[in-house]
Design a protein around this ligand. Structure first.
Ligand code: ZN
Length: 171
């Protein structure tokens, strides 16, 4: 992934954007496996039981938003979306990103150089033997992707998202 450990500087950069506490599990779960502990869903304005989320979301959206899954690169039609508008959380409808901040990162995942004010929250993610900063919906806590420091100016950030976690609302 990134050349050097981005976590400490990025975490500092994002402090004030509701950086949440860093969890350091001693046992890493296998890919795609369960379960945010209940504490990870505390404190969000929209909270639902796991059963209700599963009912509300498509299987793919559920796997990403509620189980920290990752969609296959290039699989989302939003990679090619270029219209103006806003991107909302597919889980709760909270506005996350503006199309003006979308750029072609050539990663196969919809990418943004900034988030809307109050749109997203971040926290440290040390899963899969990497130090990354996880990005989630500021209202329901649904997992969106990760943020890296190799984006375009003026922010220098790259919010790398799963398209299945987003709902595009064209102007
Ligand atoms: Zn949400």
């Amino acid at each position: 992934m990134l050349e050097k450990n981005p976590f400490s500087t990025l975490a500092a950069l994002l402090t004030g954007r509701s950086l949440r506490s860093v969890s350091q599990p001693s046992i890493l779960p296998p890919s795609g496996s369960p379960a945010q502990p209940a504490s990870e869903t505390d404190g969000f304005a929209v909270r639902m039981s796991d059963v209700d989320w599963r009912r509300r979301l498509t299987p793919d959206a559920y796997r990403v938003l509620r189980r920290h899954g990752t969609e296959q690169a290039g699989s989302s039609a939003l990679n090619r979306e270029k219209r103006s508008g806003q991107y909302a959380c597919a889980g709760c409808g909270h506005l996350l990103f503006d199309a003006r901040d979308k750029f072609d990162s050539r990663t196969g995942w919809p990418s943004f150089r900034d988030a809307l004010p109050g749109g997203v929250g971040t926290k440290g993610d040390r899963s899969h033997f990497m130090n990354r900063v996880e990005v989630h919906c500021g209202r329901c806590g649904g997992h969106l992707g990760h943020v890296f420091e190799d984006g375009p100016q003026p922010t220098g950030l790259r919010y790398c998202t799963n398209g299945v976690s987003l709902a595009f609302q064209p102007d």
